[in-house]
Design a protein around this ligand. Structure first.
Ligand code: ZN
Length: 330
């Protein structure tokens, strides 16, 4: 799947995290890992907060066309047996754990007889987080830009999900509706991350908690893999890749008072290494029917397992993890 590239691209003159004007070239030869876009993309680096910024970038309207139908984990019903098997292995050992343990860490004592805590997952995807949230005693809500995802998520007992642009959350719910708002791997997809963080702040009750996960440009992986790092090769769907410092500045600007940053899951970070080395092992290519080596996905699984000691080292010894989870309190 390739598309007709839009001609109108917007150059970035102000860092969308810290609002400083001095941005210098970072990489100019970045190619879309999914090959939906065939042109090369460029990232700038903010001299102040070090965030990586895609510039020029497509408009918010044009961005939608760069997302394939199978952007999140999915399998085709008419897939071959080997593809079904590798998809099942990928789901069982990897995708089903994404986000699933988050609500337990967020609020282990909720649902013990008092009024249920309300959680909103922005960009809820397949609903892994919300399914677990219901089990942990939350009143669970989700929004996602994919209609197909929302149909599936609404089949999860106890979950209320809405098909909406993530910027429409403040139109769907009154201010101060939620105890917890989560947005995992969402911030890097939006043109104005501070605006989204402000909307999350509005939706939270006093002392409410925001939890987000993003890739980090100041990670060791990013430094070593450079323009081949899969998170940058997510251009133009990734409009920015923040640093820890950029996130802290943006959260304070959005009105959050306390910020705690921790490394993301090691499996996620190891997955970045595997996809950087073997971009064709992505689910998207298997579903596309293109005849990529069948062993690519299994080799990718081997790389993920072999990378775990390294990602532990970069996350906990070097303290430069590839993904970071941020908790911000209103
Ligand atoms: Zn900046």
């Amino acid at each position: 799947m390739t598309i007709k590239e839009p001609q109108n691209l917007t150059p970035v003159v102000t860092c969308p995290y810290c609002m400083h004007h001095e941005c210098i070239p970072l990489y100019s030869n970045v190619y879309d890992r999914l090959k939906i876009s065939t042109k090369s993309w460029s990232f700038l680096s903010c001299k102040f907060c070090k965030a990586a910024i895609l510039s020029p970038h497509p408009s918010r309207q044009d961005l939608n066309r760069y997302y394939p139908n199978d952007y999140l984990f999915t399998t085709k019903k008419n897939s071959t047996t080997i593809n079904k098997l590798t998809s099942w292995l990928a789901y069982f050992f990897f995708y089903r754990f994404l986000r699933s343990d988050v609500t337990k860490n967020l609020s282990p004592n909720c649902g013990t007889g008092h009024e249920k805590k309300k959680i909103l997952d922005i960009g809820c995807g397949m609903g892994n987080l919300l399914r677990k949230a219901v089990k942990n005693g939350f009143d669970a809500y989700g929004i996602d830009f994919s209609k197909a995802n929302i149909v599936q998520v609404n089949t999860i007992p106890g979950v209320k999900a809405y098909h909406a642009d993530i910027h429409q959350a403040t139109n769907l719910f009154p201010a101060g509706s939620f105890d917890i708002v989560t947005a995992f791997h969402v911030l890097e997809h939006v043109v104005e991350p501070v605006t989204l963080l402000k909307q999350c702040n509005i939706l939270l009750k006093e002392n409410g908690e925001l939890a987000i996960e993003v890739p980090a440009i100041d990670s060791l992986q990013a430094k070593i893999l450079r323009h081949k790092w899969i998170t940058l090769r997510e251009a133009p769907r990734h409009l920015t890749v923040p640093s820890k410092h950029a996130l802290e500045i943006a959260c304070h600007a959005a009105g959050f008072r306390k910020i705690v940053i921790a490394p993301g899951r090691l499996f996620d970070s190891a997955g970045f290494i595997a996809l950087s080395l073997l971009p064709y092992s992505a689910e998207h290519f298997q579903n596309s029917g293109i005849n990529w080596p069948k062993f690519a996905r299994l080799l990718s699984a081997v790389i993920i397992l072999a990378s775990l000691p390294w990602v532990w080292f970069e996350s906990y010894i070097c303290k430069r993890p590839a993904t970071i989870i941020l908790h911000a309190y209103k």
